[in-house]
Design a protein. Structure first.
Length: 133
């Protein structure tokens, strides 16, 4: 099964004081390492996560993200069609809803039939997806 990895999970893994750190680390070390689980993210999550690590965390956290976490997952590069689809969904939803990065995730998940997200962002559940852990 493929699981989409969100920025909220990556941040929780990198930031030990985060209230979700233990749950994220336990899931990644357990079910997330299962050979039946394929971890996938997209380039907008990568950009968002790198920016958060640079601004809010340490150079060690940035290195862990780039050298340890991202290499264990597949990265889909957002193309024009996916970007436009997400922008349309964002504009149709109103400005107070999920971010553009989240809409890209939702559109990507729907397109690939992905039902689960490794995320602590409740917008995934609101959009009809299952979150793990």
């Amino acid at each position: 099964m493929t699981v989409l990895v969100d920025t909220s999970a990556l941040f929780a893994l990198l930031h030990r004081p985060d209230r979700n750190h233990a749950a994220a680390a336990n899931w990644l070390a357990g079910p997330g390492q299962d050979s039946g689980e394929a971890l996938l993210t997209h380039s907008y999550v990568v950009v968002e996560s790198v920016a958060l690590a640079q601004r809010r965390l340490s150079s060690e956290a940035l290195g862990a993200l780039l050298l340890d976490l991202l290499p264990i997952m597949s990265i889909v590069f957002v193309d024009e069609a996916l970007h436009r689809s997400a922008v349309s969904a964002l504009l149709a939803s109103g400005s107070r809803g999920p971010s553009l990065v989240d809409w890209v995730s939702f559109e990507l998940m729907r397109h690939h039939g992905i039902r689960q997200a490794f995320a602590f962002d409740r917008d995934f559940r609101t959009a009809g997806f299952v979150t793990v852990p």
